[in-house]
Design a protein around this ligand. Structure first.
Ligand SMILES: Cc1cc2nc3c(=O)[nH]c(=O)nc-3n(C[C@H](O)[C@H](O)[C@H](O)COP(=O)(O)O)c2cc1C
Length: 115
């Protein structure tokens, strides 16, 4: 939790399990409730990432974005892609393009004066 509080940008991702986030991430989301009460996370930047074999990543993203929204993060976007066999994601051109877009936004935040 302290690492989350100290972060500039929180990239939060999960495989899709039964059309939603995996249990570890759900536990993290649920147990972070105390941070919300202190408004510790308001205004921080967040990115949602999900992989799936074939379907369900949209709801995985919805769950993560729901967490980011209720904790008052500013969303920098989301990335979904096919990640089943090793190397799948690198063949997913849309996912790569979306990841580049979000990556550029993160770089602009972390290194505002770069060329
Ligand atoms: C328990 C379980 C449930 C899954 N449910 C889905 C699903 O609903 N839709 C889908 O497209 N892929 C599903 N998958 C495939 C995973 O999203 C995919 O293989 C992912 O890369 C697994 O990540 P991991 O190796 O970190 O567990 C499921 C895999 C597991 C193990």
């Amino acid at each position: 939790m302290q690492k989350v509080v100290d972060s500039d940008v929180l990239i939060i991702g999960s495989p899709t399990y039964y059309y939603d986030v995996g249990g570890h991430l759900k536990n993290f989301i649920d147990r972070s409730y105390s941070l919300y009460h202190d408004r510790n996370l308001a205004g921080r930047k967040g990115v949602a990432v999900a992989v799936h074999a074939s379907k369900g990543a949209d709801r995985t993203i919805q769950t993560i974005v729901g967490f980011l929204n209720t904790r008052e993060f500013v969303s920098l976007g989301s990335v979904t892609g096919v990640g089943y066999e090793k190397g799948d994601l690198l063949k997913d051109q849309r996912a790569i393009a979306d990841a580049r877009k979000v990556g550029d936004k993160i770089l602009r935040i972390l290194k505002p004066n770069r060329d």
